[in-house]
Design a protein around this ligand. Sequence first.
Ligand code: CDV
Length: 275
Amino acid sequence: MARYLTVSAAQMGPIHRSDNRNDVVERLINLLRDAAAQNAELVAFPELALTTFFPRWVMPVEDADEFYETEMPNDYTQPLWDEAARLGVGFTLGYALKTEDNHRYNIYHMVDKRGQDVGIYRKVHIPGHQEYEPWREFQHAERRYFEPGDDFPVWNAFDAVVGMAICNDRRWSETYRVMGLRGVELIVIGYNTPLHYAPDPSQDALQGFHNALVAQSGAYQNGTFVVVVAKGGVEEGVDSLSDTLVVAPSGEILARSSTRADELVVADCDLDWCR
Ligand code: CDV
């Protein structure tokens, strides 16, 4: 007997520094409504889905406070929580979190169909650098702005075993393996991946290949569905990958985005296939 979960990966086009949170949340709500109209039960938004990818600039950490959330939901995002609960759709949302005791994390937050928290994941593999590096075309100072998380938990939610990861995590086998050993059936991964890879530009042309390679091998080797969802397109002059995928436990790509803008990718996932 099949056990279906309809998943929608909500790819986003760029978010610019001048875009305000209310407009961004409106985009998220539009995607959520369209996904609900296609019977989605879980909508996956990308990494840092409320702001521009601010680690491309080096500034004093305190000056970056405007890019962090200090509670969730908050005044800006409450309408998203309300609409999701009204529609009976769960979601995963990526954002930067500053805690009360001044820790800063790159977060993926999962909410169930009733608007209740499932769990919060803290990005483990923090790529890039801490200080300004003048040789780069643009900065990738995630190590300045985020402390790493230290685990890959799974949760029982959506009548499934689900897990989360963020962007660079998807390139490392232990991300999938730890969750695989914990019985994961669906791993949701939000990302922002510049097409230009400064440490080795010979790999620039391989960004799409590497994205599919790791999602497909992670899915196949661990018998799990994997969703990788992009915030892509040209954001503040940086061109980023827009290749959103839903991958089956067989390693096959079930659904894929075709634009560089806000776009839904929907797939019916038979969780029993994971067996
Ligand atoms: N947001 C990311 O983690 N980006 C990295 C880049 C810097 C390589 C990635 O793995 O896509």
